[in-house]
Design a protein around this ligand. Structure first.
Ligand code: HEC
Length: 169
């Protein structure tokens, strides 16, 4: 009887571990929105290289912020927990992204309505601060030279490119 109980307990633990591992993997693949299968190897390498080149552009930053506003941010490991997507309507995301970009000292390159600041302060400012600087370790600083999500993506792209080039040579 004892043995059966011990055996079952171990089985449940293994199942739990397997499940959490699976969930983690799903999260990672969801956040890195690159197609892994259908693209031929060389094309994939070019796509990754192209994305790496784009990564420092304001347009990339803007697309990233809009994506976070709409879909949330889940894997940066802040004490404040995760950020849910959809605090504002998708049509307001772009102007708020512009306001955030200008707060960090860059130019958004397109004009945007003045009410963006009001949206930012009332919806985002509570966590990220009215100056966008967040709270260290709890809410991310949105005025950083390179946002953490973009930095993470850069590391990922560089690693993948390195691996692929090694295989090709
Ligand atoms: C309830 C608090 C809260 C609110 C409100 C909130 N955020 Fe966040 N935000 C967070 C947290 C926490 C994270 C980090 C989550 C994680 O670990 O991935 C985050 C992450 C981000 C990131 C990614 C930062 C990086 O360095 O990559 C951006 C950009 C961002 N938020 C913008 C906004 C904008 C714009 C708004 C308003 C529409 C907003 N947030 C509203 C808590 C919040």
């Amino acid at each position: 009887m004892y043995k059966i109980i011990i055996f079952l307990t171990i089985l449940i633990i293994i199942y739990g571990l397997y499940n959490s591992q699976n969930k983690n993997n799903q999260k990672i693949t969801k956040n890195i929105a690159i197609h892994h299968t259908e693209i031929p190897k060389n094309n994939r390498l070019n796509i990754l290289k192209h994305e790496l080149k784009e990564l420092n552009k304001v347009s990339y930053l803007k697309a990233y912020i809009i994506d976070v506003i709409n879909k949330g941010s889940y894997d940066l490991g802040f004490k404040g927990g995760v950020m849910e997507g959809g605090f504002v309507a998708p049509e307001d995301a772009s102007k708020i992204a512009c306001f955030v970009i200008e707060m960090s000292g860059k130019s958004c390159q397109t004009s945007y309505p003045k009410d963006a600041q009001m949206f930012y302060t009332s919806v985002c400012g509570g966590c990220h601060g009215d100056d966008g600087k967040g709270i260290k370790g709890t809410y991310p600083d949105l005025t950083k030279k390179k946002l953490l999500g973009i930095h993470k993506k850069e590391t990922y792209l560089k690693t993948e490119i390195f691996k692929m080039q090694k295989i090709n040579n």
